[in-house]
Design a protein around this ligand. Sequence first.
Ligand code: ADP
Ligand code: MG
Length: 293
Amino acid sequence: AIPLVVAINTSLAARNGMLVRDRIAMEDARNLDAIIFDKTGTLTEGEHGVVDIATVDGVAEDDALALAAGVESDSEHMIARAIREAAEERDFTTPDATGFEAIKGRGVRANVDGNEVYVGGPNLLTQLESEVPDHLQNFADEAGENAQTVVYLVRGGELIAAFAMADVIRDESYLVVDALHDLGIEVAMLTGDSQDVANAVANELGIDTVFAEVLPEDKDTKVRELQDQGKLVGMVGDGVNDAPALTRADVGIAIGSGTDVAVQSADVILVQNNPMDVVRLVKLSKASYRKMQ
Ligand code: ADP
Ligand code: MG
C-alpha cells in the first residue's frame, strides 16, 4: 500500500506543477548534496541572437550567414533557429542544401553547391580537426569572455566564418542558486558549450562546479563523478542529450517543455519551465519527511 503521507504529497506536488514518476526519488530530494543544471534553456533562456560575425578573407559576412542558415534549415536546435531568424531578418535567400545530418552535441552538416558544409561548436572543430585562423580565434575568445556562444562555419574542410550568439541568463536562475546554497546544496552546471561561456555564466550566477564542452554521451559520467565523491546528486535537464544523465542521477528532473525522451528518463517532471520549482521540490520533500517522523 502507498503510505498515506506520500500519496498526499504526490498530489500536493501535482498541484504545484510537479509530476512524480518515482516516489523514492521524491523522498530522496530532501537529502540531495548537489544539483546539476543543464545550461542552455534551463539556466538561460536558450533563445540566442546572432550578435557578431567574423569571416576569413574573400568571404562576405552576408554570404556566410546565408550559407549557415541553409545548412541549418533542417535542424530543431535553438542555435539553428537563431541563425535562420538572423538570415530571415536580413531577407537573405538561403542556398539549397541536401543531405542534412545532425551530429549530436556538435552541430550539423549538409551539401551545398558540391561542398560539404558544417555548422557547429567547439566540439565540431575538434572532430573535424579544423585549423582556426588567428583572427577567428581572437573573435571567439572575446565572445566567450562575454558569455557568447560561438558557432563555426566549415566549407570544404576550411573554417570560413564564426558567429557570436548571445543568450540571456534567466532572472530566476540567480534566485535558484542562492536558495539552493541556503539549503546547503552544491550547484553544478553541465553544458556542451565552450569552457569560456560556461565559466562566464557560472561566475555570474555563483555556481560551484562547471562541466563544459561535454559531449552528449559523456553527460552521465559527470553525474557519476559527483556520486563517486559520495554525494547524492540531482540532475535538471530538458533535452534528448540529457536523458542518460537524468537516468544516472539519484533524482532526475525534467523541466518545462522537455523532449519526450527527457521526460521518460526523469523521476520528477516540472511542468512549468521555471527553475525555482527545483527549490520548491526540495522543500516539499523536506516537509513531507518531517511529517512522516
Ligand atoms: P547543451 O549542452 O548546451 O544543451 P547541446 O548538447 O545541444 O547543447 O549542443 C552542444 C553544442 O553543440 C552547442 O553548444 C553547439 O556548439 C553545438 N551544436 C549542437 N547542435 C547544433 C546546431 N544545430 N547548430 C550549431 N551548433 C550546434
Ligand atoms: Mg540542452
